[in-house]
Ligand binder design. Structure first.
Ligand code: SIN
Length: 194
């Protein structure tokens, strides 16, 4: 599969017949909201885990020297906490462009987090952007120290790859969420810094 997924997403999953759509963000979509939304609240998905296994040609690296960003991998018993945004379907013009480097949209059950101020329990369906191993930008697994070193040396049009990791780790901390994959790589990155 090509790493540019804009037209694939449009063809495979038209959304224009809907009034609004819940989008689930687990990576940069948690801390970088460069789009309008109607509502926003913390949520989680089950059976998926965050992994820094996707290459970034367009945001945190270049085609010659891709950075490492997140995708989700299926993991029995896993719970991935993130942020859900209620958006109008036209927002996907922007989102598909932003997530064009190998990510396909998928509908999945979203569960609202039980926390003060969030009176709504239960679940809904939402869209998540997933980069699977068959996309050309996919990098796959590596050790925490290899991933941290890769992130430390990468940079792209959206800025240093390290910023992606550090902002995400802080956003998860702000949500009281411990993600050992993210935090272990953050520890390795900070140990590399002078
Ligand atoms: C997401 O944040 O949900 C998708 C991956 C990314 O853009 O970091």
């Amino acid at each position: 599969m090509s790493h540019n997924t804009i037209s694939l997403n449009k063809q495979r999953q038209p959304l224009d017949h809907l009034d609004s759509v819940w989008l689930f963000g687990y990576g940069s979509l948690i801390y970088k909201t460069d789009f309008d939304y109607l509502d926003c609240k913390p949520a989680c998905i089950y059976g998926w885990a965050r992994r820094f296994w996707q290459g970034s040609h367009d945001h945190r690296g270049t085609p010659e020297a891709p950075g490492r960003v997140l995708t989700l991998v299926a993991a029995a018993g896993a719970r991935c906490v993130g942020m859900a945004y209620q958006v109008t379907p036209d927002t996907f013009e922007h989102l598909d462009h932003r997530e064009k480097n190998g990510y396909l949209r998928l509908f999945t059950p979203l569960h609202w987090l039980h926390e003060p101020g969030n009176s709504e329990h239960g679940k809904t369906e939402g869209v998540v952007y997933l980069a699977s191993p068959d996309n050309e930008a996919y990098l796959g697994p590596a050790s925490d120290i290899e991933i941290a070193a890769h992130i430390a040396r990468s940079r792209g049009p959206s800025g240093p790859n390290s910023e992606y990791l550090l902002k995400l780790a802080q956003a998860l901390r702000d949500m009281n969420e411990h993600d050992e994959h993210v935090f272990a790589i953050e520890r390795q990155l900070l140990a590399l810094s002078p």
